[in-house]
Design a protein around this ligand. Structure first.
Ligand code: F6R
Length: 260
């Protein structure tokens, strides 16, 4: 696992956007997995700037969702599909046909979950999956004690996660209790995992995921199993890392030709 400590969220966004731009240069029809929430927004704004500057060509790019609320009607402004259309697809000029996600409004949620895993596999798999991390260590919406081998399925949000997400809704009661999320086993199939964590509220989850034991109680610790996982943290989120100086020295000495 590579840990990169950046000065702030904007620097993290730029670094990851550069890695995504390199991916689309190498493989124009790559499948990019995107996350919602506040953390990845600097990545999306940096990607938008690259498209506007003409340094990123997304004319064949494909995009897929990590997770979706269950029970919000299709088109609800806080459904993750709508959020990603607003924050990623429209600003980058990627049409909806090249965007897919789990159907949280499906009548048969179990069938929708299975169909989504199959669709990802049939599409050749995810090339780069962008991840955030919950204050309780979740990735996607794999809450603590999710199976490390789990596939896309319905999960119940913890009250902590519902409270963390209440800022996006008019009232805390409106935050759905259930989500459809790629499982940890599904996420681990992506070729490159890039987790971004910013702010002091994430410092404890980050140290547990990176330096703690591999355990289902901290779902993000599953990144330790992945052969190509990158964790980008700002100074505040890095505050509890015991090996911070080593991570800084390693990144500073990294050869120029080696990207994330
Ligand atoms: C949402 C997702 C979640 C968030 C996490 C952090 O698609 O994957 O794991 O990344 O809840 O959310 P923020 O970034 O809002 O702190």
């Amino acid at each position: 696992m590579e840990i990169v400590i950046v000065p702030d969220a904007a620097a993290g966004g730029e670094l990851i956007a550069t890695a995504i731009a390199e991916l689309f240069t190498r493989k124009p029809d790559a499948l990019l997995g995107v996350a919602t929430g506040s953390t990845p927004l600097p990545v999306y704004r940096a990607l938008e700037a690259k498209v506007e500057a003409g340094t990123l060509d997304v004319s064949r790019a494909r995009v897929c969702q990590l997770d979706e609320y269950v029970g919000l009607p299709a088109g609800h402004p806080q459904s993750y599909r709508e959020v990603l259309l607003r924050e990623v697809l429209e600003p980058l000029g990627i049409p909806g046909e090249r965007f897919t996600g789990p159907d949280g409004a499906a009548e048969d949620i179990a069938a929708a979950a299975l169909a989504y895993d199959r669709e990802l596999a049939a599409g050749g798999g995810v090339d780069l999956q962008l991840l955030g991390i919950g204050t309780d260590g979740h990735i996607g919406f794999n809450e603590p004690c999710s199976s490390l081998a789990s596939r896309t399925r319905i999960k119940t949000l913890t009250e902590q996660t519902r409270a963390d997400n209440a800022r996006f809704f008019d009232s805390p009661d409106e935050v759905p209790h259930h989500v459809l999320t790629q499982g940890i086993g599904t996420i681990l199939e992506a070729r490159h995992l890039v987790l971004l964590a910013t702010g002091a509220a994430k410092a404890h989850a980050v140290v547990q995921a990176v330096e703690g034991p591999l355990c289902a109680l901290v779902p993000a610790s599953a990144l330790q199993l992945h052969p190509h996982a990158t964790v980008v943290v700002d100074e505040a989120a890095a505050a509890e890392l015991r090996l911070a100086d080593y991570f800084r020295a390693t990144y500073a000495a990294k050869p120029d030709w080696q990207s994330l």
